[in-house]
Write a protein that binds this ligand. Structure first.
Ligand code: SAH
Length: 249
């Protein structure tokens, strides 16, 4: 099994594959003014195993296209959607987020939690705009600095991992520059990282290592995650995910 398969195996059974929460997804829905009063076409890009997809399907009158480049996650999403009785409202699409086959103006809403960094925030928001109808809403969460200054060690870690990490004012400026009108922004609270994402992941480490015979490769995968968790625990005041809500002009 290569490193990538190991990573999939560690994350496939998780409720979510990044920081987030049900209450926060609902808060973003409210900020975007989404409710059951109109039928909606939604694309959930980088959906993982569908934490947000399934909640959107339950809360709204929506037809949702759930996009991810990992079929293992999409299989899990479909199983969960069936359990929640919303499978008929969700279509999965196994595709890369930088090569989406959608028609221009096909969606009322583009939703993406913890995923746009894979193609880069600016590349993502600019490329996806054409799939939204005018007046359509973009809801995207993105790793964000919470202050203008931060410790050097943290800065250099993220500079290497994701140089596009920046303050909210920069991200909002990018949305404006790419033809969106910003409608709202909030910061994911700590429980979205700790209770909802890191603690459940930590509780899977031992079983994961056993399942893979304690091989060094599996240990290395766990080590990377442990390092990321320790970094968050130490520097959580300086970064989080920002949730950005914007309207296509
Ligand atoms: N939205 C989910 C998953 C976030 S993790 C949640 O909040 O739980 C990021 C997701 O993006 C993963 O499921 C990963 O498989 C997917 N992904 C990464 N690169 C991608 C790409 N190029 N195209 C489509 N999906 C991608």
């Amino acid at each position: 099994m290569d490193d990538f398969q190991l990573l999939i195996d560690l994350h496939r059974t998780a409720e979510r594959q990044g920081p987030g929460g049900g209450a926060e997804t609902k808060r973003a829905m409210e900020l975007a003014g989404l409710d059951r009063s109109h039928p909606l076409k939604i694309a959930d890009i980088g959906c993982g195993t569908g934490a947000s997809t399934i909640l959107l399907a339950k809360e709204l009158d929506a037809e949702i296209t759930a996009v991810d480049f990992l079929s293992e996650f999409l299989d899990e999403l479909q199983a969960r959607a069936s359990k929640h009785g919303v499978a008929d409202r969700i279509t999965v699409l196994n595709c890369s987020m930088d090569a989406l086959p959608f028609d221009e103006g096909a969606f009322d809403v583009i939703w993406s939690e913890g995923a746009v960094y894979n193609m880069g925030f600016e590349a993502g928001i600019s490329a996806w705009s054409r799939f939204l109808r005018p007046g359509g809403k973009l809801i995207v969460s993105e790793i964000t600095w919470l202050s203008a200054k931060r410790p050097e060690a943290l800065q250099s870690h993220w500079q290497a991992e994701y140089p596009e990490i920046d303050v909210a004012s920069t991200k909002i400026g990018l949305l404006e520059r790419h033809g969106y009108s910003p409608q709202g922004y909030f910061v994911l609270p700590e429980h979205c990282w700790l209770e909802n994402y890191y603690r459940p992941m930590q509780s899977r480490f031992d079983v994961f290592l056993e399942r893979h015979g304690q091989i060094d490769q599996a240990k290395a995968v766990v080590e990377v995650e442990r390092h990321e968790i320790a970094l968050y625990e130490k520097y959580r005041n300086y970064y989080s995910y920002g949730v950005y809500v914007a309207k296509k002009m």
